[in-house]
Design a protein around this ligand. Structure first.
Ligand code: PMP
Ligand code: GLN
Length: 382
């Protein structure tokens, strides 16, 4: 059943993918592209394997990738990071998120996330023994709300986890919202762990890393990943950067989680990070067209659509269709119309789940004809 794994550790994404397969449904649930990334980086990984890059990489990651990450931060955001002491490569963003939370939070501490929140945050905070507190992001714009955020911070807040652009809602946090987070983190002495895996998938203004705001860099660990930017989610190459003394602590945890990450993919991702601006802008432009195509289909099917400003997800409200329980709908949708989606309530604790009860998340990182067919099938819901 959606949201209950019977202790098997199955994520909601796997569960919906299994349901989609069972019913030969169009899978707009789990967020993975249905086309692979740029040929030159796929070729670089093949070459690396052929040329023998098949044994352990250094624990902190291959130097070529750490340099490429540092150059990327400088090129896109003007952020200076030292590739030797301020960057580590991880097994996906997921491992950086886990290592950062485990490095800084434990029993008696609080880790604050926004809600809805990406599933791994809640799970890792649980593993750390810390208490998970949340600040709400509410429809229609899913921006942090100042009063809610201030109320969520306390003297025990050790880490605040930011996710911008935000999964599942597709919101891109405004500069004042990011400034408020920095101000509160400073006031309470908290570390900011920011998950920016969708940094290159924005549809309006350019991505603004929280680390680039005044007084933020000294307390911020920035995480990203190759999966989304280069459409290689199966490679699981991620990274984290920030002040050397904080990065060193994360690296200690990373050493005993996985030690090191996929050697042949690291050089290929380094190549990707150095691709011309045109690659990054055209990827976002294509995705924006897909967002618009799906949005049109969802509106025609009768949903209220919250237009995303980033990520590859669109959240809708099914209430106008007379549907009040989107978890139940997500369970039935693959057999009913042959489309799979994720209920937003699975990204929430109880109170947030009440607010998002009738909401569903659809992924649009799919081929245009797949989105069209998905929309056609959803139109039969009315
Ligand atoms: N953070 C967010 C917000 C995500 O949506 C995802 C999933 N793609 C991840 C982290 C995980 O990234 P990775 O596959 O690189 O571990
Ligand atoms: N990040 C992707 C999503 O939100 C999938 C990640 C996963 O399967 N764990 O759908």
């Amino acid at each position: 059943l959606l949201g209950s794994d019977g202790g098997l550790g199955i994520t909601i994404f796997e569960e919906v993918t299994a349901l989609a397969q069972q019913h030969a449904a169009i899978n707009l649930g789990q967020g993975f592209p249905d086309e692979d990334g740029p040929q030159e980086i796929l070729e670089a990984a093949r070459t690396a394997i052929a040329e023998g890059a098949n044994q352990y990489a250094p624990g902190q990651g291959l130097a070529v990738l750490r340099h490429a990450i540092a150059e990327h931060q400088e090129r896109f955001y003007g952020l200076h990071v030292d590739p030797q002491s301020e960057v580590i490569v991880s097994t996906g963003a997921t491992e950086s998120i886990a290592a950062a939370i485990l490095a800084f939070a434990g029993p008696g501490d609080e880790v604050l996330t926004f809600e809805p929140f990406y599933d791994s945050y809640g799970a890792v905070i649980g593993l750390s023994g810390a208490t998970h507190t949340t600040a709400p992001l509410r429809a229609p714009d899913f921006q942090p709300d100042a009063a809610g955020l201030e109320a969520a911070f306390s003297e025990r807040t050790r880490v605040v986890v930011v996710n911008n652009p935000h999964n599942p809602t597709g919101s891109v946090f405004t500069r004042p919202a990011l400034e408020l987070i920095v101000q509160l983190a400073e006031r309470y002495g908290a570390i900011i762990v920011t998950d920016e895996v969708y940094e290159h998938l924005t549809f309006g203004s350019r991505h603004l890393p929280i680390a680039s705001l005044p007084r933020a860099a000294e307390r911020t660990l920035t995480i990203s990943s190759a999966g989304k930017t280069f459409s290689v989610t199966g490679w699981k190459v991620g990274w984290l950067s920030g002040p050397a003394e904080l990065v060193a602590k994360v690296r200690t945890v990373k050493t005993f989680l996985t030690y090191t990450s996929g050697t042949p993919f690291q050089g290929a991702v380094a190549l990707g990070l150095g691709l011309p601006d045109e690659y990054f802008s055209s990827t976002a432009a294509t995705l924006r067209k897909k967002r618009d195509l799906l949005g049109e289909g969802l509106r025609a099917a009768g949903f209220d659509v919250f237009e995303p400003q980033g990520t590859f997800f669109t959240v809708v409200d099914a209430a106008p269709l007379g549907i009040d329980d989107a978890t139940d709908l997500a369970r039935r949708l693959p057999s009913l119309v042959g489309v799979a989606a994720i209920p937003v309530a699975v990204f929430c604790h109880e109170e947030g789940a009440e607010h998002t009860r009738s909401m569903l998340r659809f992924a649009f990182c799919k081929k245009f004809d797949v989105i069209e067919e998905g929309a056609r099938r959803l139109a039969t819901l009315r």
